[in-house]
Design a protein around this ligand. Structure first.
Ligand code: GCO
Length: 460
């Protein structure tokens, strides 16, 4: 009897492992035989580079600048070595110089965000000077034949909005919509591409699950609620802006980061369970919501939600895909840290806690293509202070884009993250994502050698 039960259990285990391995393969390309120089992009392909207000402008007073002053319950500072964003790249004053840097790359699109806390310093005050500032920047871009792509929410919001509970509370969505409507009214005659919210999944998981981002909470159910509210906010903003003047003509999309979570041990059921549930929360729940209007989180004991919003279907004119890499998860028996990240031997690490995985961009494109809308790669790039991996990274990831185009995926553009080094959130200024290196003492920008690979492909 005992042997029968045992063989059934083992059989079942093996069946499940085989099924998972078959259903979710970790694709690996043989880069030794791939000719990454063989790339082709359509004539009309959108080439651009991206930044976000808090990371480059300087002097932002918002939920992040508050967070930068604090530390975790363990005493560790919220930002590596207690760094603060401060003056950043002084992009606020130097945007004309930065526009000339964009031109030198040969690209003709620039994705940036407006800083809500500067535009609306108090709930009932809109700062006209600030609105004029962004108008001048938009005009300068247009005069230089650079198409502006505007993000309305890129991780930061005013402190007063935070005090109201930010996106933890459904009632606050209306406040965000009013802000978006105001900005849209100001610039929609000049800006034809709009991103509503940057990476809702990152805001929800880093802010409310890992605690690495403000407000630094660790509450998985709340994390799922915040993600739901952010997605609903996107849907409502989309429909509100579409009703306004120029709404029907402009393109409005949501920007989402895709990061595949793989089991560290492909024979270990618990590694599969962990990676599967993290994928479900981080990647699939958002795609499913946009596809079907149903937002469903099912992680027993941690997060459980069912929510329906039929307006989610048809709420994007394009899908803004941010892609960097994948992560391997290994389950461990520790209530404090149920899983850890691992990096396969032989894989090339970037300066961020992830490796170079070009074929992952192809997989990400494939996975979001189910939405049947044009895909714009709104972010992709590498943190590489030594500049000894940038060229390789660019060539592999752009090869993946080129292959996806060849295979018929509807990709309209690619934005390199980032134009220049900047404040990389919890990592502070240590991460060097820039095509241009920034010397923060002199504010001098210098093109990195590795960036030439990008310029060559854009110009080629
Ligand atoms: C994000 C943001 C960017 C980052 C970039 C590099 O993905 O976190 O959109 O602001 O700086 O992705 O990590």
């Amino acid at each position: 009897m005992i042997f029968e039960i045992l063989s059934i259990v083992i059989g079942l285990y093996l069946f499940m492992i085989m099924y998972f391995n078959y259903k979710y393969p970790e694709i690996r390309w043989d880069w030794d035989t791939i000719q990454t120089d063989k790339v082709e992009f359509p004539e009309k392909f959108i080439w651009g580079t991206a930044t976000a207000a808090h990371q480059v402008e300087g002097n932002c007073i918002n939920n992040w600048s508050e967070f930068e002053k604090g530390s975790k319950p363990t005493g560790e500072p919220n930002i590596k070595d207690n760094q603060q964003s401060g003056l950043a790249c002084d992009h606020w004053n130097r945007y004309l110089e930065d526009i000339s840097l964009i031109k030198k790359l040969g690209v003709s699109y620039y994705r940036f965000s407006v800083e809500w806390s500067k535009i609306q310093p108090e709930q009932d005050v809109f700062d006209e000077d600030v609105l004029r500032h962004y108008l001048k920047m938009i005009d300068a871009l247009l005069e230089n034949n650079i198409t502006p792509v505007l993000t309305l929410h890129h991780f930061t919001h005013p402190i007063w909005f935070d005090r109201l509970g930010a996106f933890e509370r459904e009632e606050n969505i209306q406040i965000f919509i009013s802000f978006c409507e105001r900005v849209f009214k100001e610039y929609s005659s000049k800006v034809s591409y709009w991103c509503t919210i940057n990476e809702p999944g990152v805001v929800a998981t880093q802010g409310y699950f890992s605690g690495m981002f403000p407000p630094g909470k660790k509450d998985s159910q709340l994390s799922a609620v915040v993600l739901k509210n952010l997605l609903d906010a996107h849907v409502k903003v989309y429909h509100a802006l579409k009703k306004m003047e120029h709404g029907p003509q402009v393109k409005i999309g949501l920007v989402k980061n895709i990061n595949q979570f793989e089991p560290w041990r492909r024979w270990h059921l618990l590694d599969w369970v962990i990676s599967n549930r993290v994928n479900h929360f981080y990647n699939d729940s958002t795609i499913e919501f946009l596809r079907t209007g149903i937002y469903k989180i099912r992680i027993p004991g941690l997060a459980w939600i069912y929510h329906k919003n039929v307006n989610a279907m048809g709420s994007i004119d394009f899908f803004g895909l941010n892609y960097y890499s994948h992560n391997h998860l290994k389950m461990q028996f520790s209530p404090k840290e149920p899983f850890i990240m691992k990096y396969p031997d032989g894989d090339i690490l970037t300066d961020m806690p992830y490796t170079i995985y070009g074929e992952g961009l192809y997989r990400a494109i494939e996975s979001v293509s189910v939405l049947n809308v044009p895909i714009i790669i709104t972010e992709n790039g590498v943190a590489d202070a030594r500049d000894d991996r940038r060229k390789l990274y660019i060539k592999r990831y752009l090869y993946a884009v080129s292959k996806a185009l060849e295979d018929g995926f509807d990709i309209h553009g690619y934005f390199y993250w980032s134009l220049m080094d900047n404040f990389e959130w919890a990592f502070g200024y240590d991460m060097k994502f820039g095509l241009y290196e920034v010397d923060y003492m002199s504010q001098k920008r210098t093109l990195r050698d590795g960036s030439q690979a990008f310029i060559d492909i854009v110009k080629g």
